[in-house]
Design a protein around this ligand. Sequence first.
Ligand SMILES: Cc1ncc(COP(=O)(O)O)c(C=O)c1O
Length: 390
Amino acid sequence: MKYDFDKVINRIGTNTAKWDEVEMKFGTKDVLPMWVADMDFRIAQPIIDALKERAEHGIFGYTKMSDSYKEAVCSWMEKRHEWKIEKDWVIHSPGVVPALSIIVKEFTKPGDKIIIQTPVYYPFFDVVRDNNRELICNSVKFENEKYVMDYEDLESKIDENVKMMILCSPHNPIGRVWSKEELVKLGEICMKHNIMVVSDEIHADLVYKGHKHIPFASISEEFAQNSITCFAPSKTFNIAGLQSALLSIPNKEYYDKFSLALGALDIRRDNCFGAVATETAYTEGEEWLEQLLDYLEGNLEFLTEYCEERIPKIKVNKTEGTYLVWLDCHELGMSKEELGDFMIKEAKVALDHGYWFGPEGEGFARINIACPRATLEEGLKRIENAVNRL
Ligand SMILES: Cc1ncc(COP(=O)(O)O)c(C=O)c1O
């Protein structure tokens, strides 16, 4: 089946965060939403069909995580990422961020230090700080036109109170798909200092040609035993509203601890639609995903060429994975507040402000390119016209 990603679908009025929360978030309705990470595309037909069939049954009681569901998850992981996982490592969570928060609570104590690599997806800051743990920021470096990990800075910040690292892989917002060598070096430093690695791999399936996602825990048994991996069909298949995420926890002690914490909150079960969508996505969604990746790659090229030719003051970061692209707007010469105001009030586009991702993000904006090309073009025209008016 050929999917039409060019089709513009009106999402206003569906209570969708991206379109219906803009006024609350940006102070005006009069902006084109290109912020929060979901896509303006209709999802894979087999998932829609399976949800319809489930809805037609008419009874939506408590849901069991079936064997076939776990098999679908394991097969996907092996097929797409060459990581053989066992069914009894797999556990459900109502989201990756809630899982991160539970992990922080269960595996560290108040006052312990947790490392994140900034600029990074901003809820990482909250899950550390709101749980009264100390946040340690290990900034990434920009070297030879590419963001890389700063291991020296990392080692200099490690002391006996550092207990955990939350890794973003692939990394939002800098779009890096970490290489095996980079992950090995990071993992070895963490092993040496007894730092548990929590690897958020929610963007794992959204990787462009020439790059390969390596699950951190797939690298070695040592790394697998020292880590928890979070992933989900939500970004890949555009089903974030179904609140279904997954974890793979090969370390039995860690698994039991996490499972007990979910049990205490009584959130071990998936919701019945989330379960159906997840299983169907992982068994029948690949054709859609392949077409999506081609389309997104086209959007990334379009964005890059558009900025080079028509908005040269905005530099598009080389993005290896995710549909979230980091725009360097320093040449516009604005403070972080001025840049935010400029995008909202002058260009009338709602982008994620760079500084939300940490102080390293000042002077940047993050654009979500998971929309029909016509929408992307409209957003870029708005920015171009506003820059020309400066
Ligand atoms: C790195 C990362 N982790 C987690 C999430 C959200 O996960 P969830 O909605 O499952 O909590 C996002 C969403 O943008 C993300 O970029």
